[in-house]
Design a protein around this ligand. Structure first.
Ligand code: GDP
Length: 391
């Protein structure tokens, strides 16, 4: 599957940059493109300069709102991010359309944080405009949710996230949720190590996207996972998961034969699937999903339809309501890896919490604004009798 990836704001731009990195790897290792066009859009020029893999020209690193913000961002106000993106949308379209590979891609993936200003506002507006302009290509949005400490200390991050989620869910073909907090739970040393977190977020896409683009016969599975499978799976609220287990040396390449080996392989496959489910990108219950997909990647000798079936049954028990698609991808790495997509979720506590907290914040923000205006008026009144130097 090939994606056109557009990152908005600092977080979105950096994650898009990771996609450009895995694309370069797919070209060198597997002779195929997976993200033919990758762009970063921002109101902050310094953020654009800090990227590494996205082409360093104004058609790939797109500065918007330059005149309004002087290239310094929108200061957490996502309404302004949305307004600027709308005003400068022609600039974004011009850049995307003028690159050669746009028409090769199967879908758009737009990425931004929910809690910021530029990305959170711009992604909502651009999702709508891209859907209107390219109505035959699906548009998927990936929204990065704030850390717990940000939720606790920055009301605006909670409010922005709620606004962004509500808007994108009404227009995007699917909303992939990625909770920053889940990545530092796994490994506290990752706190504020965005490079590593972004790597963990994007890495699972490598096999998912490459599987259907593979041209070498030895890497083509019994059941290839292609763009159609992924597109038919992605709908509404979505979570992604990834798990891996090492295949011990003694098992490879001189595999143990027969019954014992089959049990070992299946056990490893199930463990990788358990990991993928326990590390879903957002806390959710697969039982609430209407669609799911898994991809098993393993050394060809370690893969059998038996494991594919067993891990499929494991997922079926967790997601009994879901239509489940699958694929297998023979690799040379000594690992059994499982990628899962859990989609069409009808209940996510985290999203409901953002909505509820924001409903409480709206009257509070209004009260503060009114109080602010009142005090300013009062001050003005107090100095009414003083002449101005401008007269
Ligand atoms: P914007 O540039 O105005 O859109 O704002 P940001 O993208 O900086 O949004 C701030 C939110 O994004 C906070 O919740 C940060 O924790 C998160 N964030 C910022 N940069 C990154 C990043 O590179 N990776 C991840 N995963 N989160 C980030």
């Amino acid at each position: 599957m090939k994606l056109t990836v557009i990152g908005f704001g600092q977080c979105g731009g950096r994650i898009a940059d990771e996609f450009a990195r895995i694309n370069a790897r797919a070209i060198s290792q597997r002779g195929t493109q997976i993200t033919p066009g990758v762009y970063a859009v921002n109101t902050d020029s310094a953020d654009l300069t800090g990227l590494h893999y996205i082409k360093a020209d104004y058609q790939h690193r797109i500065l918007i709102g330059g005149r309004k913000t002087g290239g310094h961002g929108v200061g957490k106000l996502n309404e302004i991010g949305a307004k600027i993106a709308k005003e400068d949308s022609d600039k974004i379209f011009e850049a995307i359309i003028s690159t050669r590979h746009l028409f090769e891609s199967d879908a758009f993936l737009l990425v931004a944080s929910g809690g910021g200003g530029t990305g959170s506002g711009a992604i909502a507006v651009m999702t709508r405009l891209i859907k209107e302009r390219f109505d035959h290509k699906p548009v998927y949005d990936m929204i990065i949710l704030p850390f717990e400490h940000e939720e606790l200390t920055e009301e605006r991050a909670t409010y922005n996230t709620a606004l962004c989620l509500k808007t994108v869910n009404s227009i995007a073909d699917a909303v992939i949720l990625v909770d920053n907090q889940r990545y530092i739970k796994e490994d506290a040393s990752l706190k504020s190590n965005f490079t590593e977190i972004n790597r963990l977020i994007v890495e699972p896409f490598y096999d998912l996207l490459c599987a259907g683009e593979e041209t070498k016969t030895r890497f083509i599975g019994a059941k290839t996972l292609d763009a159609g499978d992924i597109m038919q799976t992605l709908t509404g609220w979505t979570a992604l998961g990834y798990g891996k287990e090492d295949v011990p040396m003694f098992n490879f390449p001189f595999r143990r034969s027969g019954f014992r080996s089959k049990i070992d392989q299946t056990y490893k496959g199930i463990q990788a699937m358990e990991q993928a489910i326990s590390r879903l990108s957002v806390d959710c219950n697969p039982g609430d999903a209407s669609r799911a997909l898994y991809l098993l990647s393993a050394p060809a000798g370690e893969m059998s339809m038996y494991i594919v079936k067993e891990i499929g049954e494991y997922l079926r028990n967790l997601a009994p309501r879901a239509t489940i698609r699958n694929g297998d991808y023979p690799r040379e790495r000594r690992q059994i890896e499982v990628n899962v997509i859990i989609s069409g979720l009808n209940n996510i506590e985290k999203v409901k919490n953002f909505y509820l907290k924001s409903l409480d914040l709206i009257p509070e923000f209004q009260r503060r604004q009114e109080e602010n205006e009142e005090r300013l008026k009062e001050m003005e009144e107090t100095g009414k009798g003083i002449p101005s130097l401008l007269q």
